[in-house]
Design a protein around this ligand. Sequence first.
Ligand SMILES: NC(=O)C1=CN([C@@H]2O[C@H](COP(=O)(O)OP(=O)(O)OC[C@H]3O[C@@H](n4cnc5c(N)ncnc54)[C@H](OP(=O)(O)O)[C@@H]3O)[C@@H](O)[C@H]2O)C=CC1
Ligand SMILES: O=C(O)[C@H](O)COP(=O)(O)O
Length: 483
Amino acid sequence: MTSKTKLPTYKIYINGEWRESSSGQTIDIQSPYLPETLGKVQSITQDEVDEIISFAQAAQKDWAEVSLQDRAKYLYRWADELVNMQDELAEIIMKEVGKGANDAKKEVVRTADFIRYTVEEALHMHGESMLGDSFPGGSKSKIAIINRVPRGVVLAISPFNYPVNLSAAKIAPALMAGNAVVFKPATQGALSGTKMIEALDKAGLPKGLLGLVTGRGSVIGDYLVEHKGINMISFTGGTNTGVQLAKKATMVPLVLELGGKDPGIVREDADLQEAAKHIISGAFSYSGQRCTAIKRVLVHDSVADELVALLKEQVEKLSVGSPEENNVIVPLINDKSADFVQHLVDDAVEKGATVVAGNKREGNLIYPTLLDQVTEEMEVAWEEPFGPILPIIRVSSDEEAIRIANESEFGLQASVFTKDINRAFAIANRIEAGSVQINGRTERGPDHFPFIGVKGSGMGAQGIRKSLESMTQEKVTVLNIVE
Ligand SMILES: NC(=O)C1=CN([C@@H]2O[C@H](COP(=O)(O)OP(=O)(O)OC[C@H]3O[C@@H](n4cnc5c(N)ncnc54)[C@H](OP(=O)(O)O)[C@@H]3O)[C@@H](O)[C@H]2O)C=CC1
Ligand SMILES: O=C(O)[C@H](O)COP(=O)(O)O
């Protein structure tokens, strides 16, 4: 991939046409690591949002009548288009969000796989029926037929860190389930999101069925969320944004996937080599800019020194630099994020944490940092850094590990490393999180697994089948047979 390609001014997508906004205003998208403006996106107006939603409402009525087999054809073509343009799209992802070149390409291929699996899952979902006679006084002549019907217009709002995959993870199930979509990508991610929609346009999606909204969430977000034409919201992003959104959205179903502070719990009987390998990859890939990154280690005192030595050895080997050379540690999305991460390190060091590795910064590039002797008084014990720093908290028992794990406001995932499978299950049962990984790093994939955040990490579930379910509602038709 070259870094010379000039990107054009991107447009909004309304009723199957690419348009500049009548606002006359655009937002420059800077690369997190290149001294370049990569392109401009439109700041949409409220009138244009109204237009998009009314086209979506009209198109959805026809789309709901299209057979699943026919809907599938558009989505398969979309997946094929994404694969065809994987180099171009991966280059944009890399430059726009600073993701390693290979990981950017994997994101595109994973997205095509996601879309195809979504189609196949939807093709194999069936309704159910019930006979009335199982309830006292009921009768066999009363039969309920329970089908899933589309919700209408789904608002899909995605974050910067997987600008293609997490967007398609909403759009594909929404469309396959018979909905129309209003798609609002993260502003830093809107170039990638727009390119992805170009692929959907090439696939011949009926006009109006999907509208692309660009503009700052802080400016247009409330208008979208409160719009009466929206029938469901699927949001992935930060907890603060998600909580504000939930307060504003009234009487529409919400799926929220928010932040995390996933603990890696290491028991004294763990295979420490394996645990260290999973923790490093869980904590530091893409510089820790994953909601599912391991964001704190809770290790038993008796093995803490050994684990810290193993982690140190591996942290020092992590490659640091440009995403173009596939470095693991890359510049963070912006200076503000880097400032926040540095603040967490400074606060911890001031309160007595030991720097085992790192604590070095060049602009928005934060070197991988391992902090030992972290205590509950330090902000880094609780805050989500979204950066390459890993605090180690030493604990004296499983009880203490569980207590600290659960005291977090978040509840996305957790990892438990141990050879004792009974203890692993006992701990997993008590951890307040959507998923617990036993002897593996925290991660969302494979994408057909349910993906769930509890407490401040979200509500509702994603994962292919769960997304299809959340983007439909059950409808019951009762047949009363006259004998
Ligand atoms: N649990 C999960 O599945 C995941 C969670 N995340 C979380 O996301 C965060 C990082 O992503 P980031 O993009 O910075 O998150 P943000 O919360 O900043 O933004 C997410 C999306 O919300 C939009 N937005 C901002 N304000 C509003 C508003 N008032 N109304 C509606 N939408 C709004 C943003 O638009 P704009 O960009 O224009 O501001 C963006 O599209 C981390 O906390 C991470 O943990 C990330 C990935 C997965
Ligand atoms: O956005 C995120 O951080 C993802 O949902 C995490 O996905 P991953 O675990 O597959 O990296």
